[in-house]
Design a protein around this ligand. Structure first.
Ligand SMILES: Cc1cc2nc3c(=O)[nH]c(=O)nc-3n(C[C@H](O)[C@H](O)[C@H](O)COP(=O)(O)OP(=O)(O)OC[C@H]3O[C@@H](n4cnc5c(N)ncnc54)[C@H](O)[C@@H]3O)c2cc1C
Length: 458
């Protein structure tokens, strides 16, 4: 049986581990050079930093996953620095690109473990040099050992906001402020549910406590006004919960409002999606084992709905067992029920986390007309609103893909992965509709840009 696994993060590593233990030699593809995924991203070989400095509390887990990856690599067909840019589910084919090299991978079963990316709300000034996503800021630190600035503000909401601010401060950067759009009371109300994973909850409390104890300016329940600067970032302004305007000088901003699944391949595979009201994301549908409505196609990890690294490991192993079960192989029933029980236990914690850090819908819906919404196309929010108001035969654009055709929102290099969430909120507010009714931008190949000079394999 030919099995292909896309992604070598926690989900992909545990999936491949199960497949190899069953005597298979899967094709394993990642656009990164090394295994580890986002959370356990490894720096390039010449950059030596010890695991504790890179991964903090997660050092043990990172080391164990890296060791698992290193042991698996010679036992599989490992294809690093290779992007899967298209999937043809009928033909059971992945289309890949590695540098100028183009290839196709045939499979009987594919496990897509493609992870997540930051969810963004466009702010005035967010396209200035010196502004990155929270994840981007963290990757600069983890993969390159450098920061995005000397005096940095972190803005947004979610666990990553506090973690990255802590990591920067620990690494010696001056963290000028942490601005959380979620009020403290919202987090407090969700805290009993977060006790379901007391160890993870305690880490979150520690990061916040550490930042407070070290005098970092913290503001919660804020409404960002905008990032200031001419040729680069010089400050950020916001309104506090009392409506008073505040500002602070800084030379860089890391911002993000939670994560969204990188689910373009799932989309191209024809897997149905649903709008998850808690995560406030479109997520591909799958059962607890990662099976989807498209036979031979399985999902695991954050690409199937944001669950975090621990869930990704469990879900990767579970999806690989589902592949084996569906191929008529014997699987260990005790292992199955252990994994199912562990996945079920995590659900309550995740739901509480989503309640603790809700997506700020009003902020996204209210992006000012003159603010750039789609940075690939240089399109301002007002231009999307104008396209919605225009009279298009046979009727106005009330669905996101139609609005894209009229306005070019989401038409550029990133295919709406960055602006799609805010565009849907803006449309929903303008039309008195809901993001669920507005829909989501359909995936298009290539899922990410590929070189025009592409030679077929000899
Ligand atoms: C930038 C960033 C930083 C994060 N940092 C933290 C953190 O510090 N702590 C924490 O608890 N959580 C963090 N998270 C969340 C955490 O990464 C995930 O919960 C966890 O890594 C999920 O594991 P995964 O295996 O599902 O996906 P990932 O670890 O994201 O792995 C997915 C892999 O798939 C590969 N891939 C994706 N699409 C393709 C494609 N088309 N072709 C080829 N390869 C592809 C990617 O290169 C990646 O290696 C972070 C997320 C992001 C996006």
């Amino acid at each position: 049986m030919k099995v292909a696994v896309v992604g070598a993060g926690p989900a992909g590593i545990r999936a491949v581990e199960v497949l190899v233990a069953a005597g298979l030699r899967p094709v394993w593809i990642d656009e990164a050079a090394e295994g580890g995924g986002r959370i356990y991203q490894r720096p390039p070989a010449p950059l030596k930093r010890d695991a504790k400095a890179l991964y903090g509390f997660e050092a043990g887990r990172a080391t164990s996953l890296h060791a698992a990856f290193d042991a698996l690599r010679p036992q599989v067909d490992w294809r690093p620095e290779t992007l899967v840019w298209h999937i043809r589910p009928g033909a059971k084919q992945l289309h890949t690109q590695s540098g100028p090299r183009r290839d196709q991978v045939e499979y009987d079963a594919a496990i897509l473990c493609t992870g997540a990316m930051d969810r963004v709300v466009p702010l005035p000034g967010w396209t200035l040099p010196g502004v990155t996503t929270l994840g981007g800021a963290q990757i600069a630190l983890k993969a390159q050992g450098c920061g995005i600035g000397r005096r940095v503000v972190f803005a947004g909401t979610g666990p990553l906001l506090w973690l990255v601010a802590y990591q920067y401060a620990k690494a010696g950067a001056e963290v000028a402020a942490v601005l959380d759009t979620t009020p403290f009371a919202t987090k407090l109300a969700a805290s009993p549910g977060m006790l379901r994973d007391a160890a993870t909850f305690a880490k979150g409390i520690y990061y916040i406590g550490w930042l407070r104890a070290h005098g970092v300016r913290i503001a919660e329940g804020v409404t960002p006004i905008g990032i200031e600067g001419e040729a680069g970032v010089s400050g950020i302004a916001w309104r506090d919960p009392g409506g008073r305007e505040q500002r602070v000088d800084c030379d860089a901003v890391g911002m993000g409002w939670g994560l969204k699944p990188e689910a373009q391949l799932a989309d191209l595979a024809g897997i149905p999606f649903r709008h998850d009201p808690l995560q406030w994301n479109w997520v591909p549908e799958r059962d607890v084992a990662g099976r989807t409505a498209i036979a031979g196609h399985y999902l695991a990890g954050d690409g199937a709905g944001i669950g975090g690294a621990a869930v990704a490991e469990l879900a990767g192993a579970r999806a690989a067992l589902a592949v084996l079960e569906d191929a008529g192989r014997m699987v260990d029933a005790a292992q199955l029920s252990r994994l199912d029980a562990a996945l079920a236990r995590q659900q309550g914690f995740r739901a509480a986390l989503d309640r603790a850090f809700p997506f700020p819908r009003a902020l996204a819906a209210g992006v000012a007309d003159e603010t750039i919404l789609c940075r690939c196309e240089g399109l301002r929010a007002g231009e999307l609103r104008a396209a919605l108001a225009a009279d298009h035969a046979p009727g106005p654009a009330s669905e996101l893909n139609r609005a894209k055709a009229f306005s070019r929102a989401g038409m550029g290099r990133c295919q709406g992965r960055v602006c799609g969430t805010a565009a849907a909120e803006i449309m929903a507010a303008a039309l008195g509709s809901t993001p669920e009714a507005i829909g989501r931008l359909r995936g298009q190949p290539p899922v990410k840009p590929i070189p025009l000079v592409a030679e077929p394999v000899a």
